[in-house]
Design a protein around this ligand. Sequence first.
Ligand code: HEC
Length: 190
Amino acid sequence: MIQRSRESGVCGIAASLRLACAAMILPVILSSSGVHAQAAKPADAPQQAAGQDGKYTDADGNPTFHQGPDKKWDWQTYSGYIRYNANCIVCHGPDGSGSTYAPALADSLKTMDYQKFTETVVQGKQNVSSSSNLVMPTFGLNKNVMCYIDDVYVYLKARAVGGLGRERPSDHEPKSKSIRDAEDACMGTD
Ligand code: HEC
């Protein structure tokens, strides 16, 4: 279980150790937010998105979006839209469409997989040279991002390959109890 420490108190140590600390914390956060190792996948796992308690996974066991016959999006797609707008839009532009500074994530996720995505968000990425100065920040210790990283991934995946346009996915399923519980456990409720 993740400790209920405040954000500033999480691994309050020298910057040089932070990455190592993030590497230790991340699996805890991911497991408390309901991401399960692929090993748990049954042999006869369906090829299509499978839903459980309001979350959907693809054939590899990674989180994915879902749009029902009633056109309702899953909760994570909606939540990811909100979280993207809070944390990523400033550099990556509205609706994952990119800016002059940072790439269009709605394009990146056409090919980028879940692992590479989470790794980039946790560790950040830099392309600093004489001709460019591009810095993707490290979010590994930011609970407002890490507790919702699956949601952001699912939203961007829906933008990339799920037919979600630039609109807000307002017509969506309700937040399930299990999603609420996982969120409380991850964020820590006082
Ligand atoms: C301060 C600006 C900034 C913010 C905020 C930011 N990013 Fe980035 N991001 C960048 C830049 C710049 C790059 C390109 C870095 C490079 O080319 O080395 C990047 C690259 C990425 C990549 C790799 C894309 C690719 O095609 O290789 C991913 C994934 C990503 N960001 C996800 C996110 C997510 C998710 C958020 C919000 C939680 C976020 N970023 C917030 C600036 C930002």
